[in-house]
Design a binder for this molecule. Structure first.
Ligand code: ADE
Ligand code: ZN
Length: 351
């Protein structure tokens, strides 16, 4: 590989920047409700006659000054209240897919939070139909592959999660797996042991948020009790060398979200974010956007800022794209095709 020229801090080499955009990559940690841009929130509020606590887009945006996960979740759930019809869910997801395509994403695995909607009286059928039709349209019109992952809200009870699973089972062929999100601290993975065991029996893929704000022990129990295949965030592993070693050895993928972690004050700034250390340690790290409408950037922006600040290189970019493709739940034939495309592209850039 040819050496990249030295550049001042926080600037990206144009060739590296072009590669980051062009490389085929998967996004594995995106809450579709977190892609609701303020403009779309107001558009849907008007369409559905929903009144918001903020008079206009600017004042809503001004409220996006989060101090921790909970301060974000309060606004995120309020934003999701504008979603009422199948068309609303479709429009939200379709807007995301168009942006994802522009970032060079070939595969997106979308988290959705049905309890946020069903507890407001929106039928599960409406949520599923709107999201599924957007996924099908993305395949047809954008040649994008996708899958839906149903997340249980961990601040609610396991019984509630179990009831939500039952409600979703008529749509079993419309989602590929389940996850666990919302307020982490005080809601350990063990709380959801039974519902995850049931999902496992059903052959669903299993993931869970762990080690975002919560302790490294939550990551261990997500693996040991819930038997997840990937960990969402996992950045607290930097404080537990034995756990990090376990993650390196097992190559359990970690869906890391750098801009999210800074915006939610998990780390003071991007320079202090452990992603480069985790990558150098050999963990199977991927980069993701989490809730891009709220955190100041979609996937490519997460890559660009992370690469600039941590002075990552072309080989790192290749590794991160490869990790994302291999860690995805896409069919093997798709993964192989994207890997061949990635290898060919990398050979052209690195040669
Ligand atoms: N729901 C949406 N974004 C989330 C995050 N970053 N952590 C936990 N739950 C979430
Ligand atoms: Zn998340």
């Amino acid at each position: 590989m040819s050496a990249l020229p030295e550049l001042p801090d926080h600037q990206l080499d144009p060739k590296l920047s072009a590669f980051l955009k062009a490389m085929p990559k998967a996004e594995l940690h995106i809450h579709i409700e977190g892609s609701l841009e303020p403009e779309l929130i107001f558009q849907l509020a008007k369409r559905n006659g929903v009144s918001l606590a903020y008079p206009d887009v600017e004042s809503l945006k001004a409220a996006y000054a989060f101090t921790d996960l909970q301060s974000f979740l309060d606004i995120y759930y309020a934003g999701a209240s504008v979603l009422q019809t199948e068309q609303d869910f479709h429009d939200m997801a379709w807007a995301y897919f168009k942006r994802a395509k522009a970032d060079g994403i070939v595969r997106s695995e979308l988290f959705f939070d049905p309890q946020t909607h069903t507890e407001r009286g929106i039928p599960m059928a409406v949520v599923m139909a709107g999201l599924t039709s957007a996924c099908e349209r993305a395949e047809r019109e954008l040649n994008m592959s996708s899958g839906l992952i149903l997340c249980f809200l961990r601040h609610l009870s396991e019984d509630d999660a179990m009831a939500t699973l039952e409600e979703a089972l008529p749509y079993r062929d419309q989602f590929i797996g389940v996850g666990l999100d919302s307020s982490e601290v005080g809601n350990p993975p063990e709380k959801f042991a039974r519902v995850f065991a049931r999902c496992r029996e059903l052959g669903l893929h299993l993931v869970a948020h762990a080690g975002e704000e919560g302790p490294p022990a939550y990551m261990a129990s997500a693996l040991d009790v819930l038997k997840v295949e990937r960990i969402d965030h996992g950045v607290q592993s930097i404080h537990d060398p034995a756990l990090l070693q376990r993650l390196v050895q097992s190559q359990v993928p970690l869906t890391v979200c750098p801009l999210s972690n800074v915006k939610l004050c998990v780390f003071k700034d991007l320079q202090l974010h452990p992603i480069a250390r985790m990558l150098r340690a050999g963990a199977c790290v991927t980069i993701n956007s989490d809730d891009p409408a709220y955190f100041g950037g979609y996937l490519l922006e997460n890559f660009r800022q992370t690469f600039a600040v941590h002075q990552l290189n072309l080989q790192d970019a290749y590794q991160l794209a490869k990790n994302s493709l291999t860690a995805s739940f896409a069919p093997d034939h798709e993964k192989q095709r994207w890997m061949a495309e990635l290898d060919a592209l990398y050979a052209g850039y690195a040669g």
